[in-house]
Ligand binder design. Structure first.
Ligand code: KIV
Ligand code: ZN
Length: 513
């Protein structure tokens, strides 16, 4: 029997550490529900001590998820661990993941602690965590650059203290696959109580080796891989979940383990994360890129038509491509709409939100005729149905664009209870609209990114716009969807302004002292 490989998803924690990828509570809940549908074993839902907002997110996810373990991250100090323990309390199955740096450079320059002090603190941390749960994970941060002898001592001590998973992070993405595989193999051999814990790995992609390093470690006995949807994560990101899962599945002849992932949910998860964070997926990205299963050259097309396996090692449908499901149409009623939302794992807070969403759905169905699951996902991501986050709201928009003339926009927005309107011109219609909104909101935010994607196919598809804004070092993404991309752009811009207004500051676990 093949071993079980635990898939630990950290999109909501390490993924969220990517600049600009921060998410609201509703967004995180939607992603967590999709991760549960994907059947990941563990969802790392956040870092509860980083802010009250993060604490609430982890707690809400712990309460909502039933089929995956919900994990929170905590530095190896009592306050972080207590916050984390409280946040995961509602979980059916909860885990505390605590960490402290173990490399000479991190211990000397960042922690200013001796190795013995680090070891003692790690052991204390496991004790605090065990008071909340018997599912405790420990990570020696920057293990990839740590001294193996010290790692052996440290890991033996934390396993003795009650850590049930020990995770080896290549925090800065420095190791080579053969080195990392050998490191994990030798630690498992040398740590005397190694068999009392699950061995895990957590690799960053600074040299593009995160997936290769993780798989090398699996070959050396790691039975948990920490990864993220689309490889999102700090700097160059983490190992990508879809690549790990599909490598293990496609090459079952070489891997001695299997996952319980429902691979048909992969593309939906990828699109959801990309849409919410505004991090587009490159077309040639393995598994989830738009071209991952497209055959351009005649020779390839001919081969695939004659016998699919000449050029395809996986089936597109196995990862959820071509699953554009026709959800609902113009005639669908409120009940059918609500049922489909529930099937998609989307919960709206109360009848008012449902009614607002249903009204939007009707409007969209009138315009488009056919409404797909992706349209519904975009529709509910529109902040206008989560009024508590909404200070700015688009009221009306008129744009005039004519060859040889400067585009003009007349834009009216609600700002709290006030209604404001202005005329503006710009290089293009979107520029004119953004200038108008910027003036009305008296915003000095800098536009870092503007991108438009079609949610489904066809010229009647909704356009989904992402706007990334920066103010005083804080970066946020706003999203908006509409069949009119200028309207979608205005909504995305306002959504980003709302986030800049409301979002709390959070600590980065690895940068905070
Ligand atoms: O990269 C890292 O070392 C981490 C740890 C907290 C596991 O994210
Ligand atoms: Zn990390």
């Amino acid at each position: 029997m093949a071993d079980h490989l635990i898939i630990f998803d950290t999109t909501l924690r390490d993924g969220e550490q990517s600049p600009g990828a921060s998410m609201t509570r509703e967004e995180k809940l939607r992603i967590a529900k999709q991760l549960e549908r994907l059947r990941v074993d563990v969802i790392e839902a956040g870092f509860p001590a980083s802010s009250n907002g993060d604490f609430e997110c982890v707690r809400a996810i712990a309460a909502a998820i039933r089929d995956s373990t919900v994990c929170g991250l905590a530095r190896a100090n009592q306050n972080d661990i207590e916050r984390c323990g409280e946040a995961i309390r509602p979980a059916q199955s909860g885990r505390i993941h605590t960490f402290i740096a173990s490399s000479p450079i991190h211990m000397q320059m960042k922690l200013r602690m001796s190795p013995d002090d680090v070891l003692a603190q790690a052991v204390r941390a496991i004790g605090w965590a065990r008071a909340y749960t018997d599912n405790v994970e420990f990570s020696p941060e920057d293990a990839g650059r740590s001294e193996p002898d010290f790692l052996c001592r440290l890991l033996e001590a934390v396993i003795d203290a009650g850590a049930t998973t020990v995770n080896i992070p290549d925090t800065v993405g420095y190791t080579m696959p053969w080195q990392f595989g050998a490191l994990v193999g030798s630690l498992r051999e040398r740590v005397p109580n190694a068999d009392k814990a699950v061995w895990s790995v957590h690799c960053h992609n600074d040299l593009g080796l995160a997936v290769a390093n993780s798989l090398a470690a699996v070959m050396s006995g790691a039975r948990q891989v920490e990864c993220t949807i689309n490889g999102l994560g700090e700097r160059a990101g983490n190992a990508s979940l879809e690549e790990i899962v599909m490598a293990v599945r496609t090459r079952k002849d070489v891997f001695p383990c299997t996952t319980r992932i429902d691979t048909t949910q992969i593309v939906a998860a990828s699109k959801l994360v990309s849409g919410i964070t505004g991090f587009p997926v490159q077309p040639n990205k393995a598994i989830v890129g738009a071209n991952a299963f497209a055959h351009e050259s005649g020779i390839h097309q001919d081969g695939v038509l004659k016998h699919r396996e000449t050029y395809e090692i996986m089936r597109a449908e196995d990862v959820g491509w071509n699953a554009n499901k026709l959800s609902l149409g113009k005639l669908s009623g409120r009940n059918a709409f609500k049922t489909r939302l529930v099937e998609l794992g989307i919960e709206l807070a109360g009848d008012d939100a449902l009614n607002a969403a249903f009204a939007k759905f009707k409007e969209l169905a009138d315009k488009k005729g056919q409404v797909f699951d992706e349209d519904l996902q975009a529709l509910v991501s529109d902040e206008s149905i989560a009024p508590e986050h909404e200070h700015y709201r688009l009221l009306t928009l008129k744009v005039v664009s004519e060859t040889g003339e400067e585009p003009q926009a007349r834009v009216a927005i609600a700002a709290g209870t006030a209604e404001l309107s202005t005329d503006a011109s710009g290089d293009g219609p979107v520029d004119a609209v953004f200038k108008g909104i910027g003036r009305l909101a008296q915003s000095d935010a800098k536009l870092l990114l503007y991108s438009v994607n079609a949610i489904t196919t066809g010229t009647d598809a909704q356009g989904e716009v992402t706007v990334r804004l920066e103010r005083e070092g804080r970066i946020v993404n706003g999203n908006g969807a509409d069949t009119d991309i200028i309207v979608a752009s205005a909504k995305a811009y306002l959504n980003a302004l709302n986030k800049l207004r409301s979002r709390q500051e959070r600590l980065n676990p690895q940068l905070a002292a």
